[in-house]
Design a protein around this ligand. Structure first.
Ligand code: PBG
Length: 329
C-alpha cells in the first residue's frame, strides 16, 4: 500500500528529469498495440478524403497497398476493413453482404495475395454497410429481428472466412450470435478463425463520422437502441462479456473508447482475457479537429491512446494507427 510522508517522501523526486520519469513509467505504447481501420470504395485509383474525419481516407482496392505498406512498415499487426457500399447495391436485407465479389471480399483476396501472413485482417460482421435502412440486422414489423439476422450473419462470417479473413468481429449486438457463428465456423473447418466480439457496444453518438465514411448516415432510420447497449449501464457490459466468452469469443471489444474506460477496466479486472478498445470515429474527429484548430496540441493523441493501456486494454483500434511513426516518437 501507499506509505511514507512529506518531507521524507517527495513524489516529485521521481519526476525531476526525463530519464528518471522514463525509469518509473508504468505504461507504454508500441505498434503491436494497434489495429488500423481502412475504408474501402469502389473504382480505380481513388483516395477520397472524408469531410468529418480529417486525415482519414477511403481507398479503392488498387490503392490500399499504399496504406498497408505503411502499416507493415510501422509494425501494426492487423487492419480492419470497412466498405462504403454503393447505394444501388443496398437493399432491405443487405444482400450485398453475401456477394463474394463485394468490396470486403475483393480486398481480403488482394491483401492476402500480396502480403500473405505479414499482417492480419479483421472484418466486421454486421449488415449496416449493406442495408438501405442502415441497421445492422433484418427488419420485420419495424423490429430488428434477432434470430433471422443471425442466420445471415453466419453466412457473412463463412464467406469472409472463406476469402481469408483472420478475425471475424461481430459488431451487430444480436443475442447469441457468437455461439452460432463459432459453431458454423468449426463445422466448416475454420477452427482457427478467431472471433473478436464487439461484446460491449453502446448506442453512442460518437459513431456519426463513421456512418458518414461508410455512407449509412443519411439512410439510417431511427436509432440502434434496441440492440446496442444503453450507456447508463455498466453491470450489463459484464453480462454481455460473460455470455460471449461462454459462446466462444477469443477476445472482446469495448466501444466507444474514451467515455468507457471504466468498462474496459472492470472487464479486464474481472475476466483477465484479451480486451480491445475502439477509439471510434467521433472521438477521432473531436481530437483531429481540435488539433487542426489549435485548441490542443498533438501530444493529446498520445495521452488519449495511453489511457486505454492504463485502463487495461491489450490493443486499440485507432484511426491514428497509420501515423504512429510520428505519434510514438
Ligand atoms: C457497424 C459499425 C459501426 C462502427 C463500427 N462498426 C457503426 C454503428 O454501429 O453504427 C463504428 C466505428 C466508429 O465510429 O469509428 N456495426
Amino acid at each position: 500500500m501507499i506509505t511514507g510522508k512529506y518531507p521524507g517522501l517527495r513524489l516529485r523526486r521521481n519526476r525531476k528529469v526525463s530519464w528518471a520519469r522514463r525509469l518509473v513509467q508504468e505504461n507504454t505504447l508500441s505498434p503491436n498495440d494497434f489495429i488500423l481501420p481502412i475504408f474501402l470504395i469502389d473504382g480505380n485509383n481513388k483516395k477520397e478524403s472524408i469531410a468529418t474525419m480529417p486525415g482519414v481516407y477511403r481507398y479503392s482496392i488498387n490503392r490500399i497497398a499504399q496504406i498497408i505498406d505503411k502499416a507493415i512498415k510501422i509494425g501494426i499487426p492487423m487492419v480492419a476493413l470497412f466498405p462504403k457500399t454503393k447505394n444501388n447495391l443496398k437493399d432491405e436485407i443487405g444482400s450485398e453482404a453475401l456477394n463474394e465479389n463485394n468490396l470486403v471480399c475483393k480486398a481480403i483476396i488482394e491483401i492476402k495475395k500480396r502480403y500473405k501472413n505479414q499482417i492480419g485482417i479483421m472484418c466486421d460482421v454486421a449488415l449496416d454497410p449493406y442495408t438501405s435502412h442502415g441497421h445492422d440486422g433484418l427488419i420485420k414489423s419495424k423490429q430488428i429481428i434477432n434470430d433471422e439476422t443471425i442466420e445471415v450473419l453466419i453466412n457473412q462470417s463463412l464467406l469472409q472466412a472463406q476469402m481469408g479473413c483472420d478475425i471475424l468481429a461481430p459488431s451487430d449486438m444480436m443475442d447469441g450470435r457468437i455461439g452460432k457463428i463459432r459453431k458454423a465456423l468449426d463445422k466448416s473447418n475454420f477452427q482457427n478463425v478467431q472471433i473478436l466480439s464487439y461484446a460491449a457496444k453502446y448506442a453512442s453518438s460518437f459513431y456519426g463520422p463513421f456512418r458518414d465514411a461508410v455512407g449509412s448516415n443519411k439512410s439510417l432510420k431511427g436509432d440502434k437502441k434496441t440492440y446496442q447497449m444503453d450507456y447508463k449501464n455498466s453491470d450489463e457490459a459484464l453480462r454481455e462479456v460473460a455470455l460471449d466468452i461462454k459462446e466462444g469469443a477469443d477476445m472482446v471489444m469495448i466501444k466507444p473508447g474514451m467515455p468507457y474506460l471504466d468498462i474496459i477496466k472492470s472487464i479486464k479486472d474481472k475476466f483477465r482475457i484479451p480486451v480491445f478498445a475502439y477509439q471510434v470515429s467521433g472521438e477521432y474527429s473531436l481530437i483531429a479537429n481540435a488539433i487542426q484548430k489549435k485548441l490542443i496540441n498533438e501530444d493529446a493523441i498520445y495521452e488519449t491512446l495511453i489511457s486505454f493501456k492504463r485502463a487495461g486494454a491489450n490493443a486499440i483500434i485507432s484511426y491514428y494507427a497509420d501515423r504512429l511513426d510520428k505519434i510514438l516518437t
